[in-house]
Design a protein around this ligand. Structure first.
Ligand code: 5GP
Ligand code: ZN
Length: 114
């Protein structure tokens, strides 16, 4: 845990969140400022700053997250599809520097997403 990290504090239970899923590898909760009717954040329990900090030891974790995404989408009723986003670095729009995947859906997400 990194003591000044917002998501580490949420994982540690020091800050509240609307949690929808949890296991030994990740916690999933609702984004505080949703950009779509469903907007979840899939957050590894390990403090990894961004995709740039991934190492080979994280391959299993990342595979776990990829396979979890469609299950979460199904649970949320996103039967027409969903969007996933990973912002990396300030130039990629990352605000919270603890790796996370956005899962969005439930309304009018057409086109490329840009
Ligand atoms: P980023 O731009 O880093 O990929 O996304 C960070 C996301 O975290 C944003 O969508 C923002 O709304 C969300 N967020 C920021 N602070 C909090 C918080 O305290 N609680 C929750 N649930 N989401 C947060
Ligand atoms: Zn963290």
């Amino acid at each position: 845990m990194k003591t000044d990290c917002l998501f580490c504090k949420i994982i540690a239970g020091e800050l509240p969140c609307d949690q929808v899923y949890s296991d030994e590898h990740v916690i999933v909760f609702e984004d505080i400022n949703p950009k779509a009717p469903v907007h979840l954040l899939i957050v590894p329990r390990e403090h990894i700053i961004s995709l740039n900090a991934l190492e080979e030891k994280h391959d299993g974790l990342m595979g776990h997250i990829m396979r979890l995404l469609p299950k979460l989408a199904k649970e949320q009723g996103l039967d027409k599809g969903f969007r996933t986003i990973i912002n990396t670095g300030s130039g990629g729009g990352q605000i919270v520097f603890h790796l996370h995947v956005h899962l969005l859906g439930g309304g009018g997400l057409g086109g490329t997403g840009f």
